[in-house]
Design a protein around this ligand. Sequence first.
Ligand SMILES: CC(C)(COP(=O)(O)OP(=O)(O)OC[C@H]1O[C@@H](n2cnc3c(N)ncnc32)[C@H](O)[C@@H]1OP(=O)(O)O)[C@@H](O)C(=O)NCCC(=O)NCCS
Length: 146
Amino acid sequence: MITLERMRWWHVAELMPIERAVFQPEPWSERLFWSELGQLDTRHYVVALSDGSVVGYAGLCDYPDEAFVQTIAVAPAAQGQGLGARLLADLLQEAARRRQRTVSLEVRADNAAAQLLYAAHGFTRTGVRRGYYPGGVDALVLTRRG
Ligand SMILES: CC(C)(COP(=O)(O)OP(=O)(O)OC[C@H]1O[C@@H](n2cnc3c(N)ncnc32)[C@H](O)[C@@H]1OP(=O)(O)O)[C@@H](O)C(=O)NCCC(=O)NCCS
């Protein structure tokens, strides 16, 4: 059984192999995760645990006018089983709890799987950042208005 719980500092080292596996060539550093976790007022981070092991994680930032999906990742071996959708639903629930009607995110233009996930949760394209990612890949800005 997979459970979601609040990300704590001791999960960070364990999630780094997933981070490095799925976010090449620019994975976040441990330091960046710790910085995010330190911002208690505005951040909401969760981990997905399977028998106590981290198999996915996601984070939301609560800005003054909108919430922003900072990251969402599922271990390669656990993908395609509904976990990404579960993590995203948790972030959207938290955004609603914080009374945020707008949730935004950036996704690589070549990341079809993630774009399908977001579309299924009501996100639509609201902008493009040309050449935003290494190698010149565009970032699509997607937004969901509740
Ligand atoms: C994107 C990601 C989080 C999705 O997680 P997941 O657990 O595999 O996704 P789910 O099993 O919950 O699938 C949810 C929906 O996403 C889409 N999807 C997921 N994987 C897909 C794939 N390989 N091909 C096409 N669509 C896919 C589908 O619409 C799917 O809905 P469906 O099963 O009803 O068709 C995961 O693939 C991942 O970690 N990717 C690498 C990191 C990443 O790209 N993060 C997003 C950065 S913006």
